[in-house]
Write a new protein. Structure first.
Length: 194
């Protein structure tokens, strides 16, 4: 579905107003250590890395997304100068060796994954033992969640949004031991797990 609206995707008000809040959450928890290596699962057009770069993050960044158009645009926007790479891949089959990343982030993507349990096991596998996973999405029962759910139904996508406890359960079953909530914003779920 993203192939159809990828070119106007970055201009949506939702992106600017809602998604940038999520990136701030990620920024506040990655502390801009230049040696940190970040994987963004469901990276879209790569807005998260652009946001992090503007804030001074200079580490290695890898984004994956199954949409070729999203990846094409992400590569175009980031250019050759940066220590970033973008690959076509799905969360459920990450093309990386065990313990490759210090940090995995995922913004507003989990509700699209066709097998979230498998995806979270994959994320645990590619994270270093002491690595952290920061996940953000719209919370299913919030006002925005209800609007987004109706929008998804209109689009015929069949996707639905999670509640915090459902993501917490997926994380626990996927092998994460320390799970905590990052903020109390009622529209979002944002959890950090290690
Ligand atoms: C709402 S967009 C969010 C994109 C990006 N994280 C951002 O902040 O703009 C959701 C993204 O999840 C991607 N996606 C869909 N299914 C996926 C899967 N199985 N694994 C990883 N990403 C997926 C979509 O292609 C899309 O780019």
């Amino acid at each position: 579905m993203f192939e159809q609206w990828v070119n106007s995707y970055d201009n949506y008000l939702l992106h600017k107003v809602v998604f940038y809040r999520a990136y701030s959450t990620v920024f506040n928890h990655t502390h801009l250590n230049p040696s940190v290596t970040i994987l963004d699962v469901g990276c879209g057009t790569g807005e998260a890395v652009r946001f992090l770069r503007k804030k001074g993050f200079n580490g290695k960044f890898v984004g994956i997304d199954p949409s070729p158009e999203m990846i094409r645009l992400a590569r175009l926007k980031e250019g050759e100068r940066r220590k970033s790479s973008f690959l076509i891949a799905e969360a459920e089959a990450l093309p990386f060796a065990r313990s490759s990343f210090d940090c995995v982030i995922s913004n507003f993507s989990i509700h699209h994954w066709w097998n979230p349990a498998e995806a979270i096991r994959e994320i645990r596998r590619v994270l270093k033992p002491e690595g952290v996973f920061i996940i953000v999405d719209i919370r299913g029962n919030s006002l925005i969640g209800k609007i987004a759910r109706n929008f998804e139904r209109l689009m015929g996508s069949g996707f639905d949004y999670f509640e915090c406890h459902q993501v917490e359960q997926l994380l626990t079953e996927g092998g994460f031991k320390n799970i905590r909530y990052l903020n109390t914003n009622t529209c979002f779920l944002s959890l950090v797990a290690s």
